[in-house]
Write a protein that binds this ligand. Sequence first.
Ligand code: GRF
Length: 186
Amino acid sequence: MPKRLAVLASGTGTLLEAMIVAGVPIELVVVDRNCRAYSVAVKAGIPAVKHLRTFGRSFDRWVYTDSMVSILQGHKIELVAMAGFMTVFGPTMFETQAYAGKVLNTHPSLLPAFPGDHAVRDALAYGVKVSGFTIHWATAELDSGPIVVQEPVYVEEGDTVETLHERIKAQERIAYSELLHELVSE
Ligand code: GRF
């Protein structure tokens, strides 16, 4: 039996879309805001949950994390793949026995270079000639944790944040789908 996989997303959901097209078995999609990724899941007939967060001082990361764990456990999820999920979890996500070492993240830079929300912009601003993406096991420390897959993407003359990020995402879509296929059937 394949492991029960959940994908967490916050944005356009093109990584999620690629996983669906590649036939990755996804049991649940959870989004933290109203976003295209939710419609992608619904259209594909995948159970989708809006676990909406607040922004600003009212946001309680710990309460949000605990309720996310409950949602995942309620769907008997065994493996979690963050794909453009923008909320940082509290440590309980990575310490709860159910999900310790079972949460993946993908990040659009060659970690440990350029962690954070603006990786592509920061890498371009620094003037790097090579960037890329990193798929890693997530830990309580942002954009850190054991690296599983990492691939380079060359910066081209005249690249903008959008053009470079799109080339990075094109590779992420393929690599993340392939990895998840392997991990769900391990
Ligand atoms: C990816 O580049 C991922 O590394 C980053 O967000 C992007 C997700 O893209 N964290 P999309 O929303 O799936 O199009």
